[in-house]
Design a protein around this ligand. Sequence first.
Ligand SMILES: Cc1cc2nc3c(=O)[nH]c(=O)nc-3n(C[C@H](O)[C@H](O)[C@H](O)COP(=O)(O)OP(=O)(O)OC[C@H]3O[C@@H](n4cnc5c(N)ncnc54)[C@H](O)[C@@H]3O)c2cc1C
Length: 400
Amino acid sequence: MPNYDIIVIGAGGVGSAAAYHLAKDGRRVLLLEQFRVGHKRGSSHGASRIIRYSHVEHEYASLAPDAFALWRTLEGESGAHLVLETGSLDFGPADLPALRGRVATMAELGYNAEVLDQAALAQRFPQFRFPADWVGFYQPNAGIVNADRAVATMAAQAVRHGAVLQEESQVRSVSVHGDGVVVEVDGPQGSQTIHAAQAVITAGPWAGRFFDQLGLTQQLTRPLKVTHQQVIFFDVATHALEMWSAERCPVYICLPMPHFYGFPIAEAPGRIKIGLELDGGGIDPDTHPRELLDSAVDELCGLVEKHMVGIIPKAVDGTACLYTHSPDEDFIIDHHPEHPQILFAGGFSGRGFKFTVLTGRLLADLAAAPGRYTSPLWRDLFRLGRFENAAPDYVSTLKL
Ligand SMILES: Cc1cc2nc3c(=O)[nH]c(=O)nc-3n(C[C@H](O)[C@H](O)[C@H](O)COP(=O)(O)OP(=O)(O)OC[C@H]3O[C@@H](n4cnc5c(N)ncnc54)[C@H](O)[C@@H]3O)c2cc1C
């Protein structure tokens, strides 16, 4: 008999969520993490991530209420405060497809939101200074998820429900063994060979290694790509502290290029955090230095000076972080086409955190019915096989 029902590989946002739901379902779970939970080399560190309803695609927008509900359930079970509602503002020219698409999808789904012209923006949100022909798309129910606390809470809840968490344990390989799986691990006890009925790969920026090993990369038009991203902290001038408080200021996203997004004062007293979406080539998550790029810091300082009122345009701190991009920028959540006992989830780029608790639930549902897509959270958009008929040179742009 295998030692575990299911092995979860990677305890970032998605893996800790999967372990939490699987253990809560009564499965015997082993959660393996190559570093320690909460480390800063992957995609899920930092105390703030935007959570919002507004997406162009119905698939994501329609899942937003479930994501919020699952975060609230986790808060109730753990006592941890994870989601802070601040509202959110998306900015851009009124005819920008990314903005029009969001407005249309939100209206079709009956969500609460409103378009604000410059006069309304100046009155309600004087923190921002955008061109006269731009509008703001405001949603009151959006906000901030505390990512560090969420990962720690989900991993702790998994353990509370009986999961075994093994840190500093790097999985070398996953292979099929009869109807089950065998996982080779290098950990504190040396090399281990662990058997289980199923495995879930939630390795974030390292997922490509497993995709290669399991023959999944060839199902994509091109491999998963990992990019360097960074967030920068700025001090708020004393006279503007109230205006930038989480009670008065929503989270915000500038949709046209250069895309940037940010938060009110939340992570550090008197400071706001802003991120600039960086394109650029793929990097190796093992060797890439997590340093801040000066050119991007300078660009962000310029954007702050131009568009934000009462912020001192000088970077005071920052952190690097990684995105993992699927070829079409949509999530990949599925089971192996030939071996349904192997599940995987990857390609969460810059919008996956808000859904981690839901992705974990979906993975637990998929694991309970191998090879079937009966979960109410399932969306065909997540399927690995969607790339089958795509042209080899298919190109997609970053989706926010
Ligand atoms: C700067 C930045 C800003 C973002 N902003 C937002 C936002 O505002 N809203 C939002 O919704 N999303 C946002 N995101 C995206 C979101 O944070 C990510 O999509 C999400 O955190 C991805 O989680 P993950 O579990 O896939 O990856 P990770 O958190 O990186 O987890 C993968 C884990 O697997 C482990 N692992 C890998 N290989 C192995 C192995 N061989 N053995 C054992 N363990 C292994 C890794 O160490 C890691 O801990 C942002 C991301 C970044 C970088």
